[in-house]
Design a protein around this ligand. Structure first.
Ligand code: AMP
Length: 397
């Protein structure tokens, strides 16, 4: 089945067209600078790359240009736009309402809109993308919303509740939601399949380590805890996000640095993390280089990341009263052997033993723990777009 996957930002629209029977990407690309001028970058295997700078005053025009490119006689991959059987949309926030992907209708759109305060940067853009596709694709083409928060909705209240006055948490729906759910769901299912084990029998810690990083404890097929919270700022320190800090630092900084709420939010989301700490970069490749050259702050940033990762893995093993599998995924998790090794260092007491010969330089789907390790540690490359396409297909079927 041919499924189009759309990930809309406020001025961008990324897309991938899948043939789900094979998992093949037929075409992919990105519209950027929507509402400013417009640039479409388009790639299809076996065809010449195509770039268009036709004006994109809004997302509807951008989606129309994507569809035009997909049926173009030179670089297109479809003979008719009706071949697209459904569209899967990445949607950041489904609030407390959705624990699964859903077919979009007016109620779903209302929920996405009601969640604007919880995902102010993403949800409005995600809804715009859905409405643009509805306007431009043949009538009746199903639109599916795949929420980043949905996988974590199985968490128990003790894991998702914040110890604030209960009435305030209820009034504003303040709780831990968690993000990267599509990735955590995909790699936790995939690792069970890869190991030939029953998903419902396993206690899994999934470590999604990228520019944004999060962990999930998946106990017998259900997410029971995750590190991101009301927003993606919580958890381990990230590329530019500070992660968990003493909450009293926020009013302290606002008073002493004379910052507004928006300014302190920007400081914590965009100027902190390993970039803010090191003063070098948010990219772990740059940090590694700087650290090797003797940059102490880059070394500190890497030490902190590894230390926090280890603490989270240990705490999730405690939360689930055991762990069978640890999965590393995303940019850092898939590519950076020393982070994987350091995150597991010293965890031999709970049965975790990395085999350097299997770990070093490895980037592919594989086991990296030693044969005598009680806990199996794996690399599972994530593929959020394919996961969205598969969930979309399941719902349409
Ligand atoms: P993601 O958000 O999953 O795309 O991950 C992005 C991060 O992964 C980058 O900021 C890098 O720190 C890291 N990364 C990506 N590719 C590599 C690589 N080949 N080697 C080391 N780190 C990498």
């Amino acid at each position: 089945m041919k499924i189009l996957v759309i990930n809309c930002g406020s001025s961008s629209c990324k897309f991938q067209l899948f043939e789900t029977s094979t998992g093949d990407v037929l075409a992919k690309g990105n519209c950027e600078r929507i509402g400013i001028d417009g640039k479409l970058t388009y790639k299809a295997p076996g065809k010449e790359d195509y770039i268009s700078t036709e004006a994109m005053p809004d997302h509807k025009v951008a989606v129309q240009l994507i569809l035009n490119a997909l049926v173009d006689k030179d670089h297109g991959v479809l003979s008719d736009i009706g071949e697209i059987k459904a569209v899967g949309h990445r949607v950041l926030h489904g609030g407390m309402y959705y624990s699964k992907s859903v077919i979009v209708n007016d109620d779903v759109k209302k929920v996405i809109r009601d969640c604007f305060p919880l995902g102010p940067l993403h949800n409005p853009a995600n809804l715009t993308g859905i409405e643009a596709c509805e306007a431009v694709l043949p009538e009746g083409t199903p639109q599916i919303a795949v929420f980043d928060t949905a996988f974590h909705m199985t968490m128990p209240p003790k894991a998702y509740t914040y110890a604030l006055p209960y009435e305030i948490t209820e009034k504003y729906s303040i709780r831990r939601y968690g993000f990267h759910g599509t990735s955590h769901r995909y790699v936790s299912h995939r690792v069970a399949e890869f190991l030939g084990k029953n998903y419902e029998d396993l206690k899994i810690v999934t470590c999604h380590l990228g520019n944004g990083s999060s962990f999930a404890a998946v106990d017998q097929g259900k997410c029971v805890d995750t590190t991101m919270g009301l927003t993606p700022l919580a958890g381990i320190c990230m590329g530019t996000r500070c992660g968990d800090i003493d909450p009293a630092i926020v009013p302290f900084l606002m008073k002493n640095e004379n910052l507004t709420p928006d300014e302190v939010d920007t400081l914590m989301n965009k100027k902190s993390g390993v970039q803010g700490l090191s003063g070098v970069s948010s990219d772990f490749r740059d940090l590694e280089k700087a650290s090797k050259e003797g940059n102490e702050r880059a070394t500190l940033a890497l030490d902190m990341f590894e230390y926090q990762a280890r603490k989270i893995i240990g705490s999730y093993a405690a939360a689930m009263q055991g762990v069978d599998v640890i999965v590393f995924t995303a940019g850092i998790g898939e590519n950076t052997d020393y982070i994987r090794a350091k995150a597991c260092e010293g965890l031999e007491f709970m049965g975790v033993k990395i085999d350097p010969a299997k770990n070093n330089g490895n980037r592919s789907e594989s086991i990296i723990s030693s044969d005598d390790s009680r806990v199996t540690v794996c690399i599972i490359p994530t593929n959020e777009e394919l996961a969205i396409a598969q969930e979309t297909e399941e719902l349409v079927k």
